[in-house]
Design a protein around this ligand. Structure first.
Ligand SMILES: C[S@@+](CC[C@H](N)C(=O)[O-])C[C@H]1O[C@@H](n2cnc3c(N)ncnc32)[C@H](O)[C@@H]1O
Length: 348
């Protein structure tokens, strides 16, 4: 065992040479950004006194950080759940490490720590305003119960780490789990993210809940989406209208991946340098309503052109009257409403 610190929260974690789901209790420091962004989003959105559920809590790091780092009026109560008894013991130890008394907090109905299967935990509950699904691999086994127990105007956060299925290494697995055909090309991560979004939305509409993405991204070994929920048949129809194929991939979500105002607010709230860099790209990218992006290296290779200076090209595209920004999906990509032909013209 060792003690690590994230934000101003310390936790005990198990020691191992590499991060693996075979650890007695899983912890991955690479997911710090995932947790940082969750905190920024909840602090930036106009929601207060939330009932928060973490059905797959692991060491409890996410929930403990929420308790420390979310603004004072954000949490009504917070539920930690994990089906592993070792995880539950560690969560309780981690409460102590942070001088928090979980028994006293439970008496005050502020904190609950449960040791159930995630779906049973959700179905046995009265519902939540924020549910964070952070599993090993696909979130699909937990979607139905989460969406059933998501409040009418709640927020659902979903992580998927089976990116090899979503981005086309295993197309059959993608078909089985996500009911869509992925791509294996320069824009495969965006396609995968949009396939994941549609899959979540399909479960949503079957419960008359319209789930709109407000903040999405693909990074390292995972994809992440936050949805807002509206219980409305018309809004569900509106969601379905935005499901389509894109080239030979899909069906997928063709609507916006972000709420621009929210990304802007998150950027304003952010203090960490690395997170700020990431959010700066997303903030610019979120102003452009376009499915897919241009991967300049593959375009230049195909058209036998020299790779341009990015800043100069972006200025040229803007001058020609189009919207353009870099994309977080690829450091060689740009998102723009310029057509392929017009872009090649500018590259010549
Ligand atoms: C990826 S880890 C969670 C990481 C954690 N959310 C964090 O931010 O560090 C997934 C957790 O889900 C738990 N788990 C896996 N299947 C489960 C199930 N069916 N019900 C409840 N917990 C489950 C595992 O024990 C593990 O602790």
């Amino acid at each position: 065992m060792k003690t690590i610190k994230e934000g101003n929260t310390s936790i005990y974690t198990y020691e191992s040479e590499k991060v693996s789901k075979d650890l007695p209790v899983f912890y991955n420091e690479v997911m710090k950004l995932n947790r940082d962004l969750s905190i920024l989003l909840l602090n930036s959105i106009n929601k207060h006194l939330m009932q928060i559920a973490l059905p797959l809590s692991g060491t409890g790091i996410r929930g403990l950080r929420f308790m420390r780092e979310l603004k004072a009026d954000k949490i009504q109560n917070i539920s930690f759940n994990d089906n592993s008894p070792e995880a539950i013991k560690l969560i309780k130890d981690n409460f102590k490490l942070n001088n928090l008394k979980h028994k006293a907090l439970r008496k005050k109905r502020l904190v609950y720590i449960e040791n159930q299967d995630a779906n049973l935990f959700l179905l046995n509950s009265t519902g939540f305003d924020y549910i964070d699904i952070d599993p090993f691999g696909p979130p699909t086994p937990f979607l139905d119960a989460s969406i059933k127990r998501l409040a009418r105007e709640g927020i659902l956060a979903v992580t998927a780490t089976d990116t090899s299925a979503l981005s086309g290494t295993y197309p059959k697995a993608c078909k089985r789990k996500y009911w869509a055909t992925p791509n294996r090309n320069a824009i495969m991560h965006e396609i995968g993210l949009r396939i994941l979004i549609r899959r979540v939305q399909l479960i949503g509409v079957s419960h008359q809940k319209a789930l709109t993405p407000i903040f999405s991204y693909s990074k390292d070994h995972y994809m992440r989406v936050f949805f807002t929920c509206l219980k409305s048949k018309d809004e569900c129809d509106n969601i379905i209208k935005q499901h389509d194929t894109f080239n030979d991939a899909g069906p997928l979500w063709t609507g916006q991946l972000w709420n621009h105002k929210l990304v802007k607010a998150m950027l304003k709230e952010c203090e960490d340098k690395e997170t700020k860099q990431f959010l700066t790209i997303l903030e610019a990218e979120s102003k452009i309503e376009q499915v897919g992006f241009y991967q300049l290296h593959s375009i230049c290779k195909k058209e036998k052109l020299t790779i341009p200076n990015f800043t100069t090209l972006i200025e040229k595209i803007k001058k020609a009257g189009f919207k353009v920004a870099r994309t977080h999906f690829s450091d060689k990509g740009i998102r723009s409403n310029i057509s392929y032909e017009e872009l090649v013209n500018l590259l010549n």
